[in-house]
Design a binder for this molecule. Structure first.
Ligand SMILES: *Cc1c(COP(=O)(O)O)cnc(C)c1O
Length: 382
């Protein structure tokens, strides 16, 4: 089986696992305890927080550890929405149409149950939120803008620095979901100018079930998980010490090895894009060709059932994705396919191929050998 779905999740780096292991057994203390067991655990968390802060170029007390990227998105958006409503009365939240469900569903919840007003920002045909789109949409009553750093489904990188600048100039909080981006793009929060940024470890060779939220000092935020005073009173619950240690080690290695990792995946990705567009009729790239994650290739094939293609690929030994959770029964194109303006006969035939540190040129060749035949087969079976 060849794994070509690194944007869904990555295997845990053995060095990360090694760093985590002592905190399951010998150093098992509760970081809130006063005794030495607690001190050891607390020191591990402090050190992890310092590592993450140094990579993000922020203060350690601006890092909140959470249980996943989704929770980070929830804390940022719910927390800032409640705080801004209390502080200024502003009720509008702007977010792009291509956000991850951790953002979109959270906003729909705030709209339905809390009376917030949501404006969905359009994207261009490459799936990008341009600074002009944001400039036009903001108004006096905008509380928060949330635009993802890079899209999980089509790999498009948004101009986060420019968008953050517009928000700052208008005194609007800006959050970015960097869960997909952090594996390959720089995450210096001062360079980016963001107020809040979500991360999740399992997209960069860390464990599943741990995330972090960067919150710029002074950003008004209300905790949505209440209880003990952990994480500066912003996220109650005994910290998951081994996973937090794993998060920091995975991010440290990602930061240290970023250039090598990009140099490894990018030519392989370019080969996939070039070959697919050349050899498969009625195929197109989805997302931006230039402003694109280096490990990410995504396509639409006209007249293909994307889920059927994934099943055929799986049977042939290749693990890929359509880029969104597949809906069985009555398939509908994903929100992202709709947002970039693809018609139904194209939008249903999406394929995402994402590479990682273990992908070899032979894997890519094997994939490219079978894909054209399987697309043809999927077209005939439809
Ligand atoms: C994976 C992902 C998430 C969710 O992260 P989890 O840690 O799985 O909860 C959120 N946003 C984006 C862009 C993602 O790719």
């Amino acid at each position: 089986m060849i794994y070509l779905d690194y944007s869904a999740t990555t295997p845990v780096d053995s060095r990360v696992l090694e760093a985590m292991t002592p905190y399951f057994s010998a150093s098992f203390g509760n970081p809130s305890s006063v005794h030495r067991y607690g001190q050891v655990a607390e020191a591990a968390i402090d050190s992890a927080r310092e590592t993450v802060a140094s990579i993000l170029n922020c203060r350690p007390d601006e890092i909140i550890f959470t249980s996943c990227g989704s929770e980070s998105d929830n804390l940022a958006i719910r927390g800032a929405a409640y705080a801004m409503r209390e502080k200024t009365g502003a009720k509008w939240i702007l977010a792009s149409r291509t956000e991850h469900p951790a953002v979109t569903k959270t906003l729909l919840h705030l709209e339905k149950y809390e009376g917030f007003l949501i404006e969905w920002l359009d994207v261009n045909e490459q799936g990008m939120v341009t600074p002009e789109i944001v400039s036009k949409a903001i108004c006096e009553n905008t509380a928060i803008v949330s635009v993802m750093y890079a899209n999980n489904e089509i790999g498009t990188i948004n101009p986060i620095k420019e968008i953050a600048g517009i928000c700052r100039a208008n005194n609007i909080l800006f959050h970015t979901d960097a869960v997909q981006a952090a594996a390959y793009l720089p995450v210096d929060v001062n360079e980016l100018g963001v107020d809040m940024m979500s991360l999740g470890a399992h997209k960069f060779y860390g464990p599943k079930g741990v995330g972090a939220l960067y919150v710029r000092k002074g950003t008004p935020l209300v905790s949505h998980l209440t209880g003990g005073g952990q994480e500066f009173n912003l996220r109650a619950g005994t910290q998951n010490v081994p996973y937090i240690v794993g998060f920091a080690e995975a991010l440290r290695l990602t930061h240290e090895e970023r250039e090598q990792r990009v140099a490894h995946v990018k030519p392989l990705r370019d080969k996939i894009i070039g070959t697919v567009l050349e050899t498969i009729s009625d195929s197109r790239l989805t997302g931006d060709m230039e402003a694109r994650l280096p490990q990410h290739a995504s396509f639409a094939f006209k007249g293909v059932d994307g889920n059927l293609l994934l099943t055929l690929l799986d049977a042939a030994g290749f693990a890929c994705s359509s880029g969104s959770a597949c809906k069985t029964g009555n398939p509908e194109p994903s929100e992202v396919m709709n947002a970039i303006g693809l018609s139904r006969d194209w939008g249903l035939g999406s394929l995402r191929v994402t590479l990682g540190v273990h992908t070899t040129p032979a894997d890519v060749d094997a994939f490219l050998n079978v894909l054209p035949g399987l697309v043809e087969k999927a077209r005939q079976l439809k």
